[in-house]
Ligand binder design. Structure first.
Ligand code: AHG
Ligand code: MN
Ligand code: MN
Length: 343
């Protein structure tokens, strides 16, 4: 019988090999993966369970919460608070950080998550997911506060996401490459199905919400116009387009076959840097994408180098195949240079 490597074995070996994963981090990842299994069960129930539709509440960003946003958040909080591996959690769906209650021991890690990504796809039975990011609590030893979370993404100890799609897949990095695990529903275990995942440097596929085209900044307009011009245009090749409207699904496709994903700033709300959230979406996905040989910027700088100022901060996102991300970033720099020259 072919030996199948489970998530547990993968993590134990990582811990043993080079001490790369301390015991607490291994436990944390296993607990998150177990919580994702529980979320997958709720997702799969669909109309048979009380999981569809709105929860009749709003999150801190003013978005209407779906029942599954709330369920997934509760599952993650409940699963993670008692194990002794965490100091606190932060979520897209919680206004403030959730400090591990006094009745449990406090660990040294901080966990951040987007409990349910792609909420608009729940009712239409399209792939959705969970995204998570792990930081170490650094500095002072007593207590934990929101400021402890405001670390640049390059300091993440681990990041991952789970896609609830035709298959339930967990994608993980602990900072030495990217591995994938598929949920075997018969045995209930995560089985490793890919390791050393790499994103091709070049691509002919882009992902962007085209309905916002007229609101984009000139560098993004330029890049997409050139893609759309195809073989006859400056790029000399035809491009394909995909937009799932679940970041997990779009990023998963990019990890599987390359591509570029963009959710750029747009001029309707000039003071808002973008739609996606730095701490719960952009940072974990950028860490994974870079670990797979891709790149991630906000059009100007590397996302993982951004010093966050607020927990629920938003950011423009350009990520995926390295050479395309570089091109978009260069177009932004060229625009900035021409503005300086004109001034
Ligand atoms: P969430 O469901 O966590 O709010 O995230 C949705 C995000 C992201 O997953 C996706 O790429 C994007 O919003 C879709 O936005 P549009 O509906 O504007 O296309
Ligand atoms: Mn999301
Ligand atoms: Mn969400």
């Amino acid at each position: 019988m072919k030996h199948r490597v489970s998530l547990t074995q993968y993590l134990v070996e990582k811990q043993r090999e080079d001490g790369h994963i301390p015991g607490q981090l291994r436990l944390l990842i296993e607990v998150v993966a177990r919580a994702c299994k529980r979320i997958a069960i709720s997702v799969n129930k669909g109309a048979l369970g009380d999981v569809l539709g709105s929860a009749d509440s709003e999150n801190v960003q003013g978005e209407v919460q779906k029942k599954l946003d709330v369920i997934a958040n509760e599952v993650l909080v409940e699963a993670n608070e008692w194990g002794g591996h965490l100091a606190a959690m932060a979520s897209e769906e919680m206004d403030h950080i959730h400090v591990v209650p006094n009745r449990y021991p406090q660990g040294e890690y901080l966990l951040l998550f987007d409990p349910l990504d792609g909420s608009s796809n729940i009712e239409v039975n399209v792939s959705i997911g969970t995204i998570f990011s792990v930081l170490r609590k650094v500095g002072h030893t007593r207590g934990v506060e929101e400021g402890d979370f405001l670390q640049p993404g390059r300091q993440q100890a681990a990041a991952g996401y789970c896609v609830y799609g035709p298959q339930t897949t967990l994608v993980l990095t602990v900072g030495d490459g990217v591995a994938m695990f598929t949920l075997d529903r018969e045995t209930g275990s995560w089985v490793q199905t890919a390791d050393g995942v790499t994103i091709p440097e070049d691509t002919r596929e882009f992902a962007i919400n085209m309905s916002n085209q007229r609101h984009w900044a000139p560098p993004v307009q330029r890049y997409i116009e050139e893609c759309l011009a195809g073989k006859e245009g400056p790029r000399g090749k035809d491009f394909n387009m995909r937009w799932v409207a679940s970041m997990v699904a779009d990023v998963h496709r990019i990890l599987s076959r390359g591509g570029i994903f963009m959710y750029p700033w747009d001029k309707r709300e000039p003071d808002k840097p973008g739609k996606l959230r730095l701490m719960y979406e952009a940072n974990p996905m950028s860490f994974i994408v870079e670990q797979a040989g891709g790149a991630a910027t906000n059009g100007r700088e590397r996302i993982l180098d951004i010093a966050p100022r607020r927990l629920h901060e938003r950011v423009s996102v350009v990520l995926g195949s390295k050479n395309e991300v570089r091109r978009v970033t260069e177009y932004h720099a060229a625009e900035a240079d021409s503005k300086t020259a004109a001034a």
